[in-house]
Design a protein around this ligand. Structure first.
Ligand SMILES: [Zn+2]
Length: 356
């Protein structure tokens, strides 16, 4: 009955102890040499509301965000390896642009008052684009988002609107730091419970990662967290951003830190079986169809069955309800593949599902 304990434990983990699972995606290595992050000096002509202090604040936020990443990545490194995690920063002047110096930048941060895409209005503070060559363009929308009041004879309306001012420096710096995280190869840090994400987004509770999605309502300065540094270091080698062949290093296994709530390595169950499990749990396909998938897993040795009993039919008795629930949870990624498989293995072993 070992499987039952393991199974119950994992259910408890998902539904009671944790309350939610976290997914932290990565895009993989993005740079193969010390990256150069550049910013254009925003001009007063581009926005009638922008003042010189605003221009300075935008530039300073970009510089500090780059510095934050560099020091977070360097802090645990020794004297000889600090340089591996260097990130260069350059403010592109008009003269630099005339001399086409922006072509040397691996990342360019651009500032715009508001998004040009309609679906990004009031919803997006920044966005990172990537092209095939690995070049990144970060757009930061710096105009402050406020609540505006309008009224007619009968009603007063409150809507989100863009103010004349610019975002608080905390919000700017958080946004740029988050976007640089994307540029370095990080995806979002997300919980499978929308309520948890929403609490992080608003800053009611600090998320354990700079890569949590946050909203304009959050006015805190969000910091780069240890898990973010660990994730970056799991993407790159100990040589950091530097090319691997210039500084020969001893082949020591690189530590990969994984958060404990991360899903374990998946076995290779084809996607259609998961789809079947979903359909079967919702009653769309029959028990027989579902078992055909299970038989496939046995044939491929993904489910191990020590003794296969002789049988005429597929079932000797009805499949217990918890198996259906398992199938549902597995198809929704609430339990792991391993949990699902051990449940099925048990059914095969005790003869409820017969494999011909
Ligand atoms: Zn993001």
């Amino acid at each position: 009955m070992l499987f039952a304990i393991g199974f119950l434990l994992s259910i408890n983990l998902v539904h009671d102890s944790f309350g939610y699972n976290i997914e932290y995606k990565i895009f993989g290595r993005q740079f193969f040499d010390t990256p150069l992050v550049c910013t254009y000096q925003p001009t007063l002509e581009q926005d009638p509301y922008l003042k010189q202090w605003g221009v300075d604040r935008l530039e300073e936020s970009a510089r500090l965000a780059v510095q934050d990443w560099q020091s977070a990545l360097q802090v645990q490194e020794g004297k000889n390896t600090k340089d591996n995690w260097k990130i260069n920063y350059k403010l592109l002047t008009e003269k630099d642009v005339q001399n086409n110096l922006q072509k040397d930048c691996n990342v360019i941060i651009e500032f715009y008052p508001i998004p040009t895409e309609k679906n990004e209005m009031y919803r997006v503070l920044g966005v990172t684009y990537s092209d095939d060559s690995g070049f990144k363009l970060i757009k930061i929308y710096y105009r402050d988002i406020q609540i505006c009041k309008t009224s007619d004879e009968k009603y007063i309306y409150y809507n989100v609107c863009y103010g004349e001012g610019i975002l608080m420096s905390e919000k700017l710096r958080t946004t740029i730091t988050h976007e640089i995280g994307h540029a370095l190869g990080l995806g979002h840090y997300q919980a499978d419970d929308p309520k948890v994400n929403s609490v992080w987004a608003k800053g009611l509770v600090d998320a354990e990662s700079i890569m949590a999605v946050f909203s304009h309502e959050n006015s805190k300065l969000m910091k780069i967290k240890p898990i973010d540094v660990q994730k970056i270091k799991s993407i790159y080698t100990p040589n950091g951003f530097k090319p691997i062949n210039t500084t020969p290093v001893l082949e020591t296994p690189q530590p990969i830190f994984e958060p404990i709530s991360e899903k374990p390595a998946e076995q290779d169950i084809p996607e259609w079986i998961k789809q079947n499990a979903k359909w079967w749990s919702s009653g769309t396909i029959t028990d027989r169809d579902f078992v055909i998938g299970i038989q496939y897993l046995v044939q491929k040795d993904i489910i191990k069955v020590s003794e296969v009993r002789e049988s005429t039919g597929i079932f000797t008795q009805e499949i217990p309800l918890w198996v259906r629930n398992n199938a549902k949870w597995w198809s929704e990624d609430k339990i792991t593949e391993t949990d699902f498989i051990s449940g099925i293995e048990h059914l095969v072993k005790i003869g409820i599902i017969k494999i011909n």
